[in-house]
Design a protein around this ligand. Structure first.
Ligand code: ARG
Ligand code: ZN
Length: 883
């Protein structure tokens, strides 16, 4: 059953106050709640509707009187009290079998501790409640439990009372001073320890910060704590937003469906985004922790203080908060290129994952019109495209204009549950702008294409640029109206300098112009252009579109060498590379000899050895488009051909840049104490990129370089990179050193077997190795460290293979798809949310050759026919089959 945005209606009853009492016991937690409700005067219906799922209802009392069976209707998901009075005090008693809950939604047990996950609709697995985000209430929570098993008892807000209950039990009472929707409720109970610190806000107020982890992990909490303090400071300085609580807690658990959750004052995190020290975490992990800690903290204002009216508005909080965490990370780097590197990394994710989603069966607008299961809509479209939409306001309105819009948004809507439209209108009103057309970014799915053509007129000294937009049709949307697209634009002259831009009839001169494309086609004429020029289009990726312009190779090389916009500079390199990779794939298909040209190799060489450029930036340019990106560019994807083409290119580049790669490898060492700062991380990235090329020489010397780095490494970044180089290189050494590699893998396992997050990496490394086939993955599933029930572990092996080893996953006999189907079916029984994520690995099945399509379709149909398929998986599969 689909739920539609157009059917939104406010609730019949509001909840003012909630009092909850928990008696924690893994097999039978008793929950007693008291809900103080009143009729919504705007509604004429008087049925009181509460949701509940997988819980046992023991008692119902309405205004002090036991409710008779005839006074309410109870279905599997809904409790309706017919003809409720205007003022209601409803007492509900339920029990939960938390230890049996493998879904990691609602109340569940992990390593003997209790955790909750209530977004989007998990609160209803705890008690009957109008579990919808527009119902905001004050919560008081009493937790009771065994002192030895659950020494720590946490919930949202402030701890107002705690004490002993005798009989080995104790209690803690928590009160959240702010009204909140039920999806922000949380409790944590168990054996945990914390790193804590008093922190002074800019206003002078002191707050208590805590990072809670399982015993034994206190040596891995410092970076999360540092990230939290930076987040608090950044939101004060950049947006004038202060922490509104006296206490802010982060708790890490190894069993978690996603990254983290912004529960009011009690953020719950996947350990992956909390635990780090140099021995176990890579630079990427450090950066991930910083941005996720920031993300969840920033939700306190964008999400919690101002929340969503309904789940169709999810991007209101997620798109905005991703934009905020991206800006946070960018600001922390500090340098302009550092910021650009972060931008390029974000764009890469968007293109690889979101553009592909937008072109597949799960395509949906940033503000969807319908869904079957809301958990399926925590997507890259809602998050990353949503962030791009927010970034376009920033681009159109400027730094100050955007801030004015944010200020007005909070002035108008603090304490409310609102819509994406409310945000857009605040942005428009604060800046006296009409942003009506901008609404289409929320309502229309699909990735727009902008095609550009330029013409230089030497006699008039003008450069005219025509821009035309279109958008492919998506499910339910065959005709698209033009978007309001900011196109940041510049011109580069023959010497590589920036041409001052002056539009015809305009007096303002600028280096970069934000052109506003609002119609299907528009022309922009620039005057006083003294010589022929190369256009620099979509600077800093100013809109989430596919930009088409027929650059010749020389123009791209010119932009790669000179563009002042680092994004376009990198982009030029990627275009050069993509062109060649596609040619190589087609040469492989035709069986003709392969080669790479000097223009391209020289362009890479220039970048590699240009020490005036940031190491991190050079690494990005030297990294070829991923196999997934290449597949996106092909009408019919050819995973093996793509892999072979990319490997060929890597080996050629390695040969051509031989001595330079060695030099770069030596020049970018980071001796001394490990620091995850952007400059050091950039050096390591470039050095390790060089190493990965060097092993492609197929010579003993470079393989030994990798092995030495592996043995001597003092941090996980360098260790992992060396292992990756050894395991993923395609050279002949592969066979010669197979035994050594297996020994290394064994040693690595022994050394880190007690560090779950490192063992995840160990599985992923093998799952994504070009030599690992389906049979080997099935063998790895038999390893004692593998567990289907732990989401991180399942992702580290199964997802890694299905999503990041395309040449093996799409092997000709279809065994990859059978493995996929088996895994989806197995996960479906345990954890529908995680199963539905894996189900999406076959989204693009129509992009492959006919024979493969037949095999994929068979796998999809087998899953579709499975008994007791969750609605999560059913929705994904049926959409894939409907294409
Ligand atoms: N709101 C959380 C975040 O973005 C993620 C919650 C995801 N929930 C889900 N059911 N998938 O930080
Ligand atoms: Zn979020």
């Amino acid at each position: 059953v689909s739920i539609y945005r157009k059917d939104y209606a406010p609730p019949n009853f509001w909840v003012d106050k909630v009092e909850m009492g928990f008696d924690l016991h893994p097999i039978r937690t008793h929950v007693a709640t008291r809900l103080f409700m009143r009729r919504n005067p705007d509604r004429s219906e008087n049925d009181l509707i509460l949701f509940g799922e997988d819980i046992k209802l023991l008692q119902l009392r309405l205004n002090g009187v036991d409710l008779k069976k005839s006074a309410y209707r109870l279905t599997k998901e809904c409790l309706t009290i017919v003809n409720a009075p205007d003022e209601v005090c409803l007492e509900v008693e339920t029990t939960i079998a938390a230890d049996k809950n493998t879904t990691m939604s609602g109340l569940y047990v992990s390593n003997g501790n209790f955790y909750t996950q209530c977004e989007a609709e998990g609160f209803r697995k705890i008690t009957y409640f109008p579990d919808r985000p527009d119902v905001m209430a004050s919560f008081t929570v009493m937790l009771r439990g065994d002192k030895d098993a659950y020494p720590v008892l946490l919930s949202n807000g402030n701890l107002i009372e705690q004490g002993d209950l005798g009989d080995g039990r104790h209690y803690a009472k928590w009160e959240d001073p702010f009204k909140k929707p039920s999806y922000l409720f949380a409790l944590v109970a168990g054996k945990l320890v914390c790193q804590e610190e008093k922190f002074k806000l800019q206003s002078g107020r002191q707050v208590l910060l805590q990072v809670w982890v399982e015993p034994g992990n206190l040596d891995k909490t410092q970076h999360a704590m540092d990230s939290l303090k930076k987040s608090i400071r950044w939101d004060e300085q950049r947006f004038g937003l202060e922490l509104d609580l006296d206490r802010f807690m982060i708790v890490a658990t190894s069993d978690f469906n996603m990254g983290a959750m912004e529960n009011k004052g009690l953020n719950i995190f996947n350990t992956k985004y909390v635990l780090a020290n140099p021995r176990v975490a890579t630079d990427t992990d450090y950066a991930g922790i910083e941005s996720v800690v920031g993300h969840e903290y920033f939700h306190n204002w964008t999400g919690n203080r101002v929340t969503c009216r309904d789940w169709f508005q999810l991007s209101l909080k997620e798109g905005l908060t991703v934009f905020r965490d991206q800006e946070f990370s960018g600001d922390l780097v500090g340098t302009e290129t550092g910021r650009a590197v972060k931008r390029i990394e974000d764009v890469r994710v968007l293109r690889q994952l979101q553009f592909s989603e937008d072109a597949g069966p799960m395509a949906h607008p940033v503000r969807p019109d319908s869904f079957v299961e809301i958990n399926n809509f925590y997507t890259v479209t809602i998050y990353e495209k949503g962030a791009e939409v927010v970034r376009m306001y920033y681009t159109l309105l400027g730094h100050e204009g955007f801030r004015r819009g944010m200020d007005l948004y909070f002035q108008r809507h603090d304490g409310q549950a609102v819509t994406c439209d409310d945000f857009r209108v605040a942005m428009a009103d604060a800046n006296g702008r009409d942003l009506k057309q901008f609404e289409r970014w929320y309502s229309q799915a699909g990735t727009p294409r902008v095609s550009a053509q330029g013409h230089y007129d030497g006699s008039k000294k003008t450069y005219s640029l025509s821009l035309t937009q279109s958008c492919p049709k998506t499910a339910g949307q065959s005709k698209k109206k033009p978007f309001h697209i900011p196109v940041a634009f510049g011109l580069i002259d023959v010497q590589g300098g920036e041409v001052p831009l002056q539009l015809e009839g305009d007096t303002i001169v600028a280096r970069t112009k934000i052109l506003e494309l609002t119609r299907e086609s528009q022309q922009f004429v620039f005057v006083n252009v003294e010589q022929d020029v190369t256009p620099s289009l979509l600077r800093n990726f100013s809109a989430p579109v596919i930009l088409e312009f027929e650059y010749c190779d020389e123009q791209l090389a010119h932009l790669l060498a000179y563009d002042s916009d680092p994004f376009c500079r990198w982009e030029a390199g990627q275009r050069l590379a993509m062109r060649r990779l596609l040619n190589l794939v087609s040469a492989i298909q035709k069986g003709v000899p392969l080669s790479l040209d000097i223009l391209f190799l020289d362009a890479l060489k220039k970048t590699l050895i240009d020490t005036s450029l940031d190491p991190a930036f050079r690494e990005l340019v030297l990294t070829l488009p991923s196999e997934a990106m290449i597949a996106e560019e092909m009408k019919v994807a050819d995973p093996q051909g793509i892999h072979q083409a990319r490997q060929f290119a890597r080996a050629e580049i390695a040969q051509y840049l031989k001595s330079d790669l060695l030099q770069v490898y030596q020049d970018n060492q980071t001796p001394g104490k490990y620091s995850p700062d952007a400059l050091s991380a950039g050096k390591r990235a470039l050095k390790n990129c060089a190493l990965a090329y060097l092993v492609e020489w197929a010579e003993k010397s470079t393989y030994e370089l990798a092995y030495t780095q592996y043995q001597d490494a003092e941090n996980m970044t360098d260790r992992m990179a060396a292992l990756l180089a050894m395991l993923h290189c395609s050279s002949a050494l592969d066979k010669v050193y197979r035994k050594t590699r297996n020994q290394v893998l064994l040693e690595f396992y022994k050394e880190f077997q007690n560090d779950a997050l490192v063992i995840d990496k160990w599985f992923t490394l093998q799952a994504t190795a070009p030599t690992t086939d389906v049979t080997q993955v099935r063998q790895l599933m038999q390893h004692k460290a593998f567990s289907m029930g732990n989401p991180n572990r399942a992702r580290s092996l199964i997802f890694a293979f299905c999503n990041a080893n395309p040449a093996q996953f799409h092997c000709a006999d279809g065994s990859g798809y059978e493995f996929w189907a088996d895994s989806v079916i197995a996960l479906n029984k345990l954890n529908p949310q995680v199963a539905a994520r894996l189900a999406r690995s076959l989204d693009r099945w129509t992009k492959y050759p006919k024979a493969q399509q037949t095999r994929m379709k068979a796998a999809l149909e087998r899953v579709a026919k499975t008994k007791s398929l969750s609605k999560d998986v059913a929705e994904v599969i049926s959409k894939a089959l409907a294409i």
